[in-house]
Unconditional design. Sequence first.
Length: 345
Amino acid sequence: MTAVPFSAATAASRADSATRTAAVVAPYEEGGGTYQRAFARHGWRTVAVLPEHRLRPPAYRNAAPPAGYGDTVVHRGLRQTVKALRALGVSAVVAGGTGGIELAERIAWQLGLPGADPASSPLRYDRGAQAARLARLGIPAPRSIRTACPADAAAWARSHPAAGYLLAPAAAGIPVDAVECADEGRINTAWPALWHAAARHSGSPHLVLTELPGRRRYTVDTVTRPGPDGRPEHVVTGLRADAPAGPHPPGGPSARALAGYTNRVLDALGVVCGPATVRLASGDDGAAGRGPLLICALAAPVMTRADEAPGPVTGRLRAVGVPGLRPAPAVPFFPLSFPLSRDRP
C-alpha cells in the first residue's frame, strides 16, 4: 500500500480502468481489511483516506495503515484530498467509522457524490446532537444532557430523577464502554475515566448522561438509497435483539414498530444514503405504552461495545450502500428486509 503520487499518467490509467473505486475514510479500527473485502466481493477497488497524525484522535495517531487497500491518500487538507480522489476515479465514499463521518460527507459533497449535508454531520454520530434533534421534532427519546463538565451532569441528574442513568461518550461507535449509574455519586465516580477515554478515542471530552433506557435492546442495520420519487428510502437489512428480553419477551415492541421508529429517526438525522446502524431500547413493561427509544445511531457500517450500553460486542460490517453494490446479508433476529414507507407507524 502506497501514498500515491498523482500525475496525468496516473489519472489517465485509472480513468481507463473498468474497475470502480470507493474511498473508505479513516478506517482506524477495522481489522483485517473488512471494508476492502466487502467491496472486493463486488468488483470494487478501495482507497483508504487517512488523516495525517495531527488530525487524528490521540488513540489513533500511531495506528498502522489498514491492510488490503489498493492505495492510500493522506488527508492534510480538503482540496488536496478531493483532487487526489478525483484522479483515482473514486465514485463512492464511505466512512470507516465515527472518526470518518464528517470528513467523508465533506469529501462526497465536494466530489458531487450522493451524501448527507456536511453542515449537519454530528447528527449522524453524536448522541447529544441526536437527542436534541429528536426532541425538537417531537420524536420520543430519553431525556439527556451533553456536557464536558461533571458538575453540570450531576445537577441535571438531581433535576431529572430517574430509576437510573447511562453515561456514555457523546461520540457513538468508539470502543469505550458506557456506564450505568444508579445515582449522582456513581456519576461522579465514573466520570474521570470515561471523560479521558472519550477524549482519547474521539478527540472530544463531551459525555452524554441519559435517563436509563429500557432493558430490552435492539440493533437495526439499514441501508439508505434514493427511492422511486428521489426521496431517501431506508431498507432494513438486519433487526435483532442484543440483550435478554427477560422472562416475558412478547411484551417488547413488534419488528414493524421498531422498523417504523427507525425510519423516523433516520429521516430526522438526515441520513440520505449509505449504511447506518441504530441502537434502540424499550421498557420492560410492554403495557406501559412506551415504544422504542433511540440509544444512538451511527451512519457507518460498524459500532462498538459502548453502543451496546453495555453488553457484548455484536456490531459488525453489515452493508455498504453505494450505487451498484448490493448490501451484504445480515443475520437478523427477525426475518425482516423491506423498504420502509413513510405512512407506517
